[in-house]
Write a protein that binds this ligand. Structure first.
Ligand code: NAD
Length: 248
C-alpha cells in the first residue's frame, strides 16, 4: 500500500550484528518497503549480513563517541541524506542490585540510553534541516515494568521511553516523528539466557497470553509502520509488541 511505501527513503538501523536479531529483520523490512538501508554494529558480522542482504554497513562501538560520529558521518555520506533512524542496538545483563559492579551500570546506561541520545541528536540535525524524518527507538516492555534482577536494563529502557517522548515533543512540530517500539520476549541471541533458565522462561511464558515467544519478524511491521507516512500523526508513542505481556 502506498501509505507504507518507503521508496527512495534513506535509513540507518543500528544493532545489526546478529543474523537472527531484531535489527536484521527490521532492516530487511525497510529494504522490502523500498528504502536504501545502512546498518551498524559493534560486531564484524555486520559486514556478512550487509553483503548477503544488500545493505551499506559500518562497524563501531557506539559507546565510543568518536567511533559513533565517524560511522554515522560515513554512512550518511554514502546514503546522501537520512530519513529514517532506527536505534535498535542494546545490551542486557542479569544481576542482583546489591552486587552488580558499577561498571556494568555505566556501560548499560551508556549503551542503551546515552548513545541513543547522541544518534538522535546527529540524525535530528539532518532531519530538522529538511523538515522531515522518522526516528524509532527500541524500548522494551521493561520500559514499563521493573523486571526481575535487571535494574540497569529496566532503568535504561525506562529512560529511553522518556527520551523518546521528550524528543517527540520538541520535534513533531518540525516534521520529525519520534516513537518507540517496546518488544516483549523475542527469541534472539540476547534472550538465549532466559530460554535456558527454567524459572525465567516460565515467568515470561506465564505472562504471554499469545502462547508463544516472539520472533524477530513480529516486530518488523511496526517498524515499517513507524518509518512510513502511515504514522505521520503519531508522536511520542511507546508501542508494545509483546504478545499481550503488558496487558496480562
Ligand atoms: N529480544 C528481546 O526479547 C527484546 C525485548 C525487548 C527489547 N529488545 C531490544 O531490542 C534490541 C535488539 O535486541 P536483540 O534481541 O535483537 O539482541 P541482539 O543481541 O541480537 O542485538 C543487539 C545488537 O546491538 C549491538 N550492540 C550492542 N552494543 C553495541 C555497541 N556498544 N555498539 C554497537 N552495537 C552494539 C550488538 O552487536 C547486536 O548486534 C535491543 O535494544 C534490545 O534491548 C529485545
Amino acid at each position: 500500500m502506498k501509505m507504507f511505501d518507503l521508496t527512495g527513503q534513506k535509513a540507518i538501523v543500528t544493532g545489526v550484528g546478529s543474523p537472527r536479531g531484531l535489527g536484521r529483520s527490521i532492516a530487511l523490512g525497510l529494504r522490502e518497503a523500498g528504502a536504501k538501508v545502512a546498518v551498524i554494529s559493534r560486531s564484524a558480522r555486520v559486514f556478512d549480513i550487509a553483503r548477503e542482504d544488500g545493505f551499506l554497513a559500518g562497524q563501531a562501538d557506539l559507546t565510543d563517541r568518536a567511533q559513533l560520529e565517524q560511522v554515522f558521518a560515513d554512512l550518511v555520506a554514502q546514503l546522501g541524506t537520512l530519513d529514517i533512524l532506527i536505534n535498535n542496538h542494546g545490551m542486557t545483563f542479569v544481576h542482583e542490585a546489591e552486587s552488580v559492579p558499577l561498571e556494568i551500570w555505566d556501560r548499560m546506561l551508556s549503551t542503551n540510553l546515552g548513545t541513543v541520545f547522541h544518534l538522535c541528536q546527529l540524525g535530528g540535525r539532518i532531519m530538522l534541516r529538511k523538515g522531515y524524518g522518522k526516528i524509532i527507538n527500541m524500548a522494551s516492555v521493561m520500559s514499563f515494568s521493573g523486571g526481575n534482577k535487571i535494574p540497569a536494563y529496566a532503568a535504561s529502557k525506562g529512560g529511553l521511553a522518556q527520551l523518546t517522548k521528550a524528543l517527540a515533543n520538541e520535534w513533531i512540530g518540525r516534521g520529525i516523528n519520534v516513537n518507540a517500539i517496546a518488544p516483549g520476549l523475542i527469541e534472539t541471541e540476547m534472550t538465549e539466557g532466559i530460554k535456558n533458565n527454567p524459572a525465567r522462561r516460565d515467568y515470561f511464558a506465564s505472562r504471554m497470553p499469545i502462547g508463544r515467544f516472539g520472533r524477530p519478524d513480529d516486530v518488523q511491521g511496526t517498524a515499517i509502520f513507524l518509518a512510513s507516512h502511515a504514522s505521520d500523526f503519531i508522536s511520542g508513542a511507546i508501542i508494545p509488541v509483546d504478545g499481550g505481556f503488558l496487558s496480562s
